[in-house]
Design a protein around this ligand. Structure first.
Ligand code: AMP
Ligand code: MG
Length: 363
């Protein structure tokens, strides 16, 4: 009897101890590291600090690995391809050759509004330096080395060749998105469910944040990057914003946008910004660039067509109306991601639920 009573008391004590403690503790670990030309912010929610740190290390090492593969700012397999003798097949490895095959296919699918062979144009406008007003002759010369046929790929053999002495691949519009996809795969393989990685204009949100709710992501005012004007709730999705903000150049008082139209060789008209949400980081990154180049009307047409073809994504265009406000135009299902709108700055953001002036309930 006494033994049974003791067991009962011990059982009660154990139950009380368990009740006092959350059944599965969630610890948030945040790290900031210089990566891919930006400050990457990594947030992991895990069962313990050790697990969170280990997962963040996985992210940091994967970002480093992809940067080492794709950077064209220093030596890398992609840079070596860009500097290879024209016509000569060089070893780039199966991963890079496959990634290049995929992004070149995206150039075709976007009617070349996105085109990774844009590097000669980036050079002509000196977008990696102080900027330069390229002449028509500069643009024509660069255009001759841009587009289909300036690279040859053998994805299975892992080789690639430049076919024009000035041809080059620019990773700026797709490298971060590609990296977020490989990070997502590594986290899934490591059993990490809840994470957010922010690479500046490009984010990945997996699972939930510390509170257990979807991750909150803010879309900035294209004229003032520090000001969030639309709030999104995302889980299992990547989000990418393209716009000029501080990334353009000003030469002799003329603003040169860094989003180039590979078909004309000139900076695309600057209307504001476009944000794309997609399960794939690469798709979000590629399409935000393509949609910026196409502008709101043609961008939304392409978004719609791609959805019909089975490419899940949503787009939100924020246009500067010239009168101090922003005008929104979005794909029909964009609203399901929206939880808040700064009604003092932007008109026309679609929201599914009954709304208050500044904040909408998340669903
Ligand atoms: P994002 O911020 O993802 O839109 O990428 C813009 C960067 O990609 C630029 O800074 C250029 O390096 C490069 N780029 C510019 N225009 C294009 C384009 N139409 N297609 C592919 N890459 C581009
Ligand atoms: Mg992009």
């Amino acid at each position: 009897m006494r033994a049974r009573a003791r067991a009962a008391v011990a059982g009660l004590a154990l139950a009380a101890a368990l009740a006092a403690r959350p059944i599965s503790p969630r610890v948030a670990v945040t790290r900031r590291v210089a990566s891919m030309g930006t400050t990457a912010e990594v947030e992991i929610v895990a069962a313990s600090r050790e697990d969170g740190l280990a997962a963040s290390e996985l992210v940091v090492s994967e970002l480093r690995r992809v940067e080492d593969l794709l950077t064209t700012w220093r030596d890398s397999p992609l840079r070596r391809l860009n500097e290879a003798a024209p016509g000569r097949d060089v070893e780039v490895g199966a991963e890079l050759a496959t990634a290049l095959r995929d992004v070149l296919a995206w150039a075709e699918r976007t009617g070349r509004a996105f085109d990774p062979t844009v590097a000669p144009l980036v050079r002509a406008w000196d977008l990696r330096g102080a900027g330069r007003l390229a002449s028509s002759a500069d643009v024509a010369a660069a255009l001759a080395a841009v587009g289909p046929g300036v690279f040859r790929l053998h994805a299975t053999r892992g080789t690639a060749a430049r076919l024009h002495a000035a041809a080059g691949i620019d990773e700026g519009a797709w490298g971060k998105g590609y990296a977020l996809d490989t990070v997502a795969r590594r986290l899934a393989a490591g059993g990490v469910r809840d994470a957010r990685i922010d690479l500046g204009g490009q984010q990945l949100a997996l699972g939930t944040g510390e509170s257990g709710a979807a991750w909150e992501v803010s879309v900035a005012d294209p004229r003032e990057r520090g000001r969030g004007v639309v709030t999104l709730a995302l889980s299992g999705l990547s989000v990418s914003t393209s716009g000029n903000s501080e990334r353009g150049r000003t030469v002799s008082g003329v603003r040169i946008g860094h989003e180039l139209d590979p078909r004309t060789g000139r900076p695309a008209p600057d209307f504001g910004s476009v944000t794309v949400i997609a399960p794939s980081g690469l798709v979000a990154d590629v399409l935000s660039t393509a949609f910026f180049v196409l502008g709101p009307r043609r961008g939304l047409e392409l978004s719609e067509r791609l959805r019909r073809e089975g490419v899940p994504q949503d787009a939100l265009f924020l246009e500067d109306d010239g009168g101090g406000r922003l005008r929104a135009a979005a794909s029909p299902s964009f609203s399901r991601h929206v939880t808040g709108v700064d009604a003092g700055a932007v008109d026309g953001v679609p929201a599914p639920a009954a709304s208050s002036l500044t904040r909408r309930e998340s669903r």
